[in-house]
Design a protein around this ligand. Structure first.
Ligand code: PHE
Length: 461
């Protein structure tokens, strides 16, 4: 019964046609620019180790519970985010489907800047081929990055290349290939980041010590209410939760998958990739005199210096950016899928039309992010460029709000019976104690934490 529904849904949406690959695809949604680009830059901006501890705590107490909640509902309802919320709501008068609609909006906001960063990654594959970028001089690597982002034509072009490629993949339905690529890509990316971290950690003893203490020796005086909000936002962003992505991907999970165990494994793998990225970047920051708080440019100006100081560095740098591009693509496909599935199913559009509409709108909104360091550099609503605004708004407001309602819905409305049945695979798994603990966290800890962190981080109290 379950499988036949799953098949229908898959055929309609043309997404992952094998349920086997669904867990891998979920990992592919989680691992992305969040690990390689965002984790190092926000950790650098917020003072390092203390921020890392808050981030890990938020991952365990907020991100993971919401991820389990989303996947559970998606697998139960076997549908896109909006339809899932309708199917699991017994009282049809309650508008829980709005969670799905908010999620589709969040996907737009995230893609607006994510597609630009992915564009930089694509551009760096070619820059690595060219070779000039392989320098240990912060001024040189900084200038090369600055030249890229301050050129409106290049910025727009790379973003459009990304969006066109994503549309082609979605319309052609080559997700099977992506599934296979992800299986190969994530372990390769892992090994690659490990190699870069090993090189960075052996650059120079003093810098290694500084980098390690930056990442692992907490100084809690650096933690402000806003830093806590950013850490929680990162936890949501990293696990792709709070916006229906995991509901959608959960709908492809097989009925006999152990959800608590698999999601925890995904969470750990994702965390390890991020930590390795941190170990690749921070020792190099100190070895060559970069700024840990450089912001969104951190990856692009620091990592070339590590490659410049290793044998076959140019080849490794090409491979590194190709693998990062693959990781970004896996995450973007899951992002675009949320509005595309919604538009095509709700308004009866063909997938081609839904995709063109989505990416067309994305090219428009995204271009304001792409031009944030050039034409629109002085356009700063709320004191932030459009790029920073999209980045901030999505992780620190939209995902937490979405996650809050998901936790409240599953903890207080959907209820224990449904949850227990689904998480134990209708009684096949002996995990009552685990489910009770999870239920408690989801009801009492997650929502309270989200509300308190959100309101204090925004300065409400
Ligand atoms: N988790 C992805 C990353 O770290 C980003 C993402 C966020 C993807 C939200 C889907 C939904 O790159």
């Amino acid at each position: 019964m379950d499988t036949s529904i799953a098949k229908n849904v898959s055929v309609n949406r043309g997404v992952f046609t094998t349920t086997l690959g669904a867990v891998v695809a979920t990992l592919g949604s989680a691992v992305g620019l969040g690990n390689i680009w965002k984790f190092p830059y926000v950790t650098g901006e917020n003072g390092g180790a203390a921020f890392l501890i808050v981030y890990v705590a938020c991952t365990l107490l907020v991100g993971l519970p919401v991820m389990i909640a989303e996947i559970t509902m998606g697998r139960k309802a076997r549908a896109n985010a909006v339809t899932t919320m309708e199917r699991v709501t017994e009282n049809r008068k309650q508008p829980w489907w709005l969670i799905g609609a908010l999620g589709a909006t969040a996907a737009f906001v995230i893609m607006a800047f994510y597609s630009e960063v992915a564009g930089w990654v694509y551009a760096y594959v070619f820059k690595a081929f060219g070779g000039e970028v392989l320098s240990t001089n912060p001024e040189v690597t900084g200038k090369i990055f600055g030249d890229l982002v301050s050129d409106p034509v290049q910025s727009l072009l790379w973003q459009w290349i990304v969006l066109i490629l994503m549309s082609v993949i979605i319309v052609l339905g080559v997700t099977k290939g992506i599934e296979r690529a992800t299986k190969f890509m994530i372990p390769s990316l892992f090994v690659m980041v490990l190699i870069v971290a090993a090189r960075s950690l052996t650059l120079d003893g003093g810098a290694t010590a500084q980098g390690l203490s930056f990442l692992f020796k907490p100084d809690f005086s650096k933690i402000t209410a806003e830093a806590v909000l950013v850490a929680m936002g990162l936890a949501f962003f990293k696990l792709s939760v709070g916006m229906g992505c995991m509901i959608t991907y959960g709908s492809y999970w097989q009925s006999d998958q152990n959800i608590p165990v698999k999601t925890t494994l995904i969470m750990f793998s994702d965390l390890i990739v991020s930590l390795l990225a941190g170990l690749a970047i921070f020792p190099a920051v100190y070895a060559f005199g970069f700024e840990p708080s450089a912001g969104p440019s951190l990856l692009f100006i620091t990592i070339p210096a590590v490659f410049a100081s290793m044998p076959m560095g140019q080849l490794f740098m090409v491979l590194f950016f190709i693998l990062t591009a693959f990781a970004a693509n896996g995450a973007m496909l899951s992002l675009i899928e949320v509005p595309v599935a919604f538009l095509s199913e709700r308004f009866n559009l063909t997938r081609l039309k839904a995709t063109l509409l989505t990416t067309g709108l994305l090219a428009l909104t995204g271009s304001t992010a792409a031009l944030s360091s050039s034409t629109l550099a002085n356009f700063k609503p709320f004191g932030k460029t459009m790029f920073d605004l999209f980045d901030y708004l999505s992780s620190n407001i939209m995902l937490p709000v979405g996650g809050l309602f998901i936790a409240i819905f599953v903890g207080w409305v959907w209820g224990r019976k449904n949850l227990e049945a689904e998480l134990s695979n209708q009684g096949a798994l002996q995990n009552k104690g685990l489910v009770s603990a999870f239920y408690f966290v989801l009801r009492f800890i997650t929502p309270v934490l989200v509300v308190v962190i959100l309101l204090s981080g925004l300065g409400v109290f």
